[in-house]
Design a protein around this ligand. Structure first.
Ligand code: CP
Ligand code: NVA
Length: 298
């Protein structure tokens, strides 16, 4: 309700089962109606992106358009957040101009500072720690495929990164069970693993066996490019391909947030194969983005 509604979406720490469930129900309704309306008429969302994007930028822009509002893409080269001027000053200017900020940043502290200093809602459009918009689309995709979320077993094979962190954070709120297989040294935040009650292994097959979904992401995230050679060596044996997918539950699905680095964490056959729900995930970024924007800016 309005009194307890979180101001921002930085991660899921301020969200409970009720908030997540209502965002998913809202997204399902918006998807069914192929919703276009005027709910955010005249409202403007600033997109502050330090890194490239296809899905996140496009879905936020299209969502604002479908809701009757507008999105304003502010290139980091122009704004220079933390460089041309401090984060706090950017926040205290933008709150005078627009009704919300979506920020894609290198350091999670940057979205936290934006949220602290701006009186308007701030949405994390991906940081080094979390990618909450992605997790909502993943939940919607699994819910549609299986008719519910509680009790589903999702295996994560690969890097213990931002996308996994958000999945681990929402999992206990919806009853998802997560099994994680990373190489040694690439494990996710142990407190998120613990709260999710997730299984941790260093064996991809152990994680994949019988799972309802197998999820992976790039081995080298944006901002880690100089570690690429070492990561390529350390992640040998962690590729999600036909052989690993064959170990899933008979109805088991393949998930990937995209973009994919083919030949590294996965193959074109897996992403375009019969088990893949990767493009449903991508589409669901739009419907879940609409739900988030309506909830925070509406
Ligand atoms: N999955 C995702 O966030 O994609 P983009 O980096 O293209 O936004
Ligand atoms: N882990 C990846 C996700 C991209 C959507 C990255 O941070 O680059």
């Amino acid at each position: 309700d309005a009194l307890t509604r979180p101001k921002d979406l930085l991660d899921f720490s301020a969200y409970g089962p009720k908030e997540v469930e209502s965002l998913l129900l809202l997204a399902e309704g918006l998807k069914r109606e192929r919703y276009r309306g005027e709910d955010l008429k005249g409202r403007v969302l600033a997109l502050l992106f330090e890194k490239p994007s296809l899905r996140t930028r496009t879905t936020l822009e299209v969502a604002m358009l479908h809701l009757g509002g507008h999105a304003l893409y502010l290139d980091q080269k122009q704004v220079g957040i933390g460089e041309r001027e401090p984060v706090r000053d950017v926040a205290k200017n933008l709150e005078r101009f627009v009704e919300g900020i979506a920020a894609r940043v290198y350091r999670h502290e940057t979205v936290e500072a934006l949220a602290r200093h701006a009186r308007i809602p701030v949405v994390n459009a991906l940081s080094d720690r979390a990618h909450p918009l992605q997790a909502l689309a993943d939940l919607l995709t699994l819910k549609e495929a299986f008719g519910g979320l509680s009790g589903l077993e999702v295996a994560w094979v690969g890097d213990g990164n931002n996308v996994l962190h958000s999945l681990l954070e929402v999992a206990p709120l919806v009853g998802l069970r997560v099994r994680v297989a990373t190489p040694r040294g690439y494990e996710p935040d142990p407190s998120l693993l613990r709260r999710a009650g997730a299984l941790l292994t260093h064996d991809p097959k152990e994680a994949a066996f019988g799972a309802h979904a197998l999820y992976t992401d790039v081995w080298t995230s944006m901002g880690q490019e100089e570690e690429r050679e070492r990561r390529l060596r350390d992640f040998q044996g962690f590729q999600v391909n036909g052989e690993l997918l064959a170990l899933l539950h008979p109805q088991g699905l393949f998930l990937h947030c995209l973009p994919a680095h083919y030949g590294e964490e996965t193959t074109e056959e897996a992403v375009h194969g019969p088990r893949s729900r990767v493009f449903d995930q991508a589409e669901n970024r739009l419907h879940t983005a609409k739900a988030v924007l309506l909830a925070l800016l509406g």
